[in-house]
Design a protein around this ligand. Structure first.
Ligand code: GLC
Length: 682
């Protein structure tokens, strides 16, 4: 059907399918999020009923009105595709992605995506520009909040669950997922957004690509290219990346869409000398849809006259777009079961939001929690804020439903009468996200002063950190009796914090990214290498070793850190074998005991250390985690499996490698290995 339809289209009609515009091209309404100035500078007014997709819809009636108008004016009745940024919720706003990663809870993350998809689909959205699975080791980069942290394995696991949750069976309660930003966007030099990415191939293929690869296993229907260059060429026109790696090595056969005007951004990159060159390079590299630029809408036809081989590439691209529309059922029903009414936004949260919010909070320090009957005084700029949704929640943006912490917390009294101060500080929900890079992601000076004063006044202080990104807490750590890293948790933030501080719920979050001692350590990550001169001591005066003279090498808080109200003892690690050959699997049994008298959840983390490899590997690599529940005083044996492939690494051509020899298997976290065994790869 799609092939026959393709053959009926003129070149102009084909190119139209590869152009994405914003809703104002068809219909100015209060729901339209205007992307800058929407005029016909980037599109051709007379061609608007040829265009294939729209971004930025989040209202069912608006979508239906536009679709109806479009189909009335469309010769071939090819429905429009509606795409939007449903990043951590549509109308129900869940914790920001980095916080969700801290839950280490695959099931909850998938459930949240399933709910988000149903809400998005009910609002007329067909595709979400999510999951963002850009690994990053740099908290200066504002978009760290949108990803799942510094580790490719954890990020990939989250990406996989999100795609499965969004797409389901691609029915009318599902949306197509768009893996982004391909590729390497999370590693901009100096942590500055949109800056060049200068990763080596070995680094990219070992510590960034695996997150995309695992997410691709869930079969997302789209991939979005990134703004940055990789290996010297803008990702959006990087043939090696798109055709050789993505389509070749990973057999991705879905739609590749550019990021916002990243085709025309190639001119700024000095990679294209104008939009015609950008059009030719992009289509040849394998880009299908051009988002919000005039490169395809005004220059792709001319490109075919300069190089007729492009005509076939256009056919291939258009066919992918038509197939996506077919998979979403749009040819059968362009409205996917929706009809105009005054229902307004639909909320389908079933309690998952509060559960995920609670599991996303990380307890970093504890000297006075849980609270019992203490009188508390809440202060800090976020104590009475409803703005708890975090960045990229513009689709829903409903903060009216949000409670402030002051509204929900019991036993509040005056500062003088208070036994404990709850101090809510950090950075605003819009201070992280796109174009929010900072050279110094630390605690604001006024908070440092205030916390020092509270400390000097002898007050007990619980610090609750509201931040989309990790903040450097070194200066205030001594002033805080307890530290709760709450990120931005969405609609249920205040309720989640209240329940946790009062012990009505137990902490189970773990850091998905390291928190440095200072900015100078950045990029800081747990997967450090031994280097040619490993340190022998913590003595900073030690010479001719890989250390600093003014700071330890270690972070303030490690990836995988997180306290709870219970203590879990790791008794034994038992392996069913100690030699592993290709195609084989090894079974691990980890015996845990909950020593406390309260229910808890524990994230069992499995790391390896390959003692010899032809491309050097870090001292620690996370290759498996499982979050398990433990009742009071319960002893549990956790059974885990590791395939031979889990131990492999990549060379500069993205080929798998693994030498014979010893590999350590460690259970615990980068801060503290608790159990360890060594196996032999044979
Ligand atoms: C933005 C972002 C991308 C988003 C797109 C559409 O610039 O880079 O993540 O999906 O434009 O809003």
């Amino acid at each position: 059907m799609t092939k026959e339809l393709l053959n009926k289209l003129t070149l102009e009609e084909k190119i139209g399918q590869l152009v994405q515009v914003d809703p104002s091209v068809y219909d100015i309404s209060e729901e339209t999020e205007l992307f800058g100035v929407s005029n016909d500078t980037y599109y051709v007014q007379k061609d608007r009923f040829l265009y294939g997709s729209i971004l930025g819809i989040n209202n069912k009636n608006h979508a239906i009105r536009i679709q109806k108008q479009y189909l009335e004016n469309s010769k071939h009745k090819i429905p429009l595709l509606f795409m939007s940024d449903v990043i951590h919720g549509c109308h129900t706003i869940f914790p920001v992605p980095l916080a969700q990663a801290a839950s280490f809870n695959r099931n909850l993350v998938r459930k949240a995506a399933t709910i988000s998809a149903k809400e998005a689909a009910s609002s007329g959205i067909h595709v979400t520009f999510s999951p963002m699975v850009d690994v990053t080791r740099d908290i200066r980069w504002g978009r760290v909040t949108e990803g799942y942290g510094e580790d490719a394995y954890l990020t990939g696991e989250m990406g996989y669950e999100l795609v499965k949750g969004y797409q389901g069976d691609l029915g009318n309660n599902n949306v197509a997922a768009c893996l982004k930003h391909f590729a390497g966007y999370g590693a901009p030099d100096a942590g500055r957004d949109y800056n060049e990415v200068t990763l080596s191939k070995e680094t990219f293929f070992n510590y960034y690509m695996p997150a995309y690869a695992r997410t691709l296993e869930a079969n997302p229907k789209l991939v979005m290219t990134s703004f940055n260059t990789l290996f010297g060429i803008p990702a959006t026109a990087n043939k090696y990346l798109l055709r050789d790696i993505l389509r070749g090595q990973y057999a991705f056969n879905g739609v590749i869409i550019s990021d916002f005007a990243s085709t025309s951004n190639m001119i700024a990159h000095k990679y294209a000398d104008g939009p015609l060159s950008a059009a030719m390079k992009s289509i040849k590299a394998g880009l299908d849809i051009d988002m919000m630029s005039d490169v395809y809408s005004k220059h792709l036809k001319l490109a075919t006259e300069k190089d007729p081989s492009i005509l076939k590439l256009i056919d291939d691209a258009v066919l992918k777009v038509l197939k996506l529309k077919e998979k979403l059922g749009l040819f059968k029903d362009p409205y996917r079961g929706l009809s105009e009414d005054n229902q307004g936004p639909q909320f389908y949260d079933d309690g998952t939001n509060l559960e995920l919010a609670i599991e996303s909070v990380v307890l970093l320090k504890n000297n006075n929690l849980p609270l019992k009957n203490e009188k508390v005084y809440l202060m800090g700029e976020y104590a009475d804020s409803r703005r708890t949704n975090g960045s990229w929640s513009w689709v829903g943006g409903h903060i009216s439903n949000n409670k402030t912490l002051k509204e929900v917390f019991p036993n509040q009294t005056s500062y003088e009468e208070a036994d404990v101060i709850i101090y809510c500080f950090g950075e605003g929900e819009r201070e992280s996200g796109e174009s929010q890079s900072k050279t110094n992601p630390s605690v604001k000076l006024e908070d440092v002063k205030q916390l020092k004063q509270l400390h000097d006044n002898g007050k007990k202080v619980i610090g609750v950190v509201y931040s989309g990104r990790p903040l450097i807490l070194t200066e205030v750590e001594p002033y805080l009796d307890s530290i709760v890293f709450a990120f931005y948790l969405g609609n249920q933030m205040s309720k989640a914090i209240k329940r946790l501080l009062l012990g009505e719920a137990n902490f189970s979050g773990r850091l998905p990214i390291s928190i440095p001692l200072n900015v100078g350590q950045i990029p800081m990550y747990y997967g450090q290498f031994t280097t040619s001169r490993p340190r022998n001591t913590d003595d900073l005066t030690e010479q001719y070793v890989s250390n600093y003279k003014d700071s330890p090498n270690t972070p303030l808080y490690y990836f995988g850190d997180g306290l709870s109200y219970s203590e879990v003892k790791y008794h034994t690690l038992t392996l069913n074998k100690t030699k592993l050959s290709e195609g084989d699997t090894i079974k691990l049994s980890v015996k845990l005991e909950n020593l406390s008298d309260i229910f808890t959840k524990e994230v069992v983390q499995v790391y390896i250390n390959d003692l010899f490899s032809e491309i050097v590997r870090p001292k620690l690599e996370l290759i498996l985690f499982e979050k398990v529940s433990l009742n009071p005083k319960q002893t549990l044996v956790v059974e885990l499996e590791l395939k031979y492939e889990s131990f492999m690494y990549k060379d500069g051509n993205n080929e798998n490698k693994l030498e014979e020899g010893p590999i350590e298997i460690m259970i615990g976290s980068p801060r503290k290995i608790l159990l360890q065994e060594t196996i032999e790869i044979i």
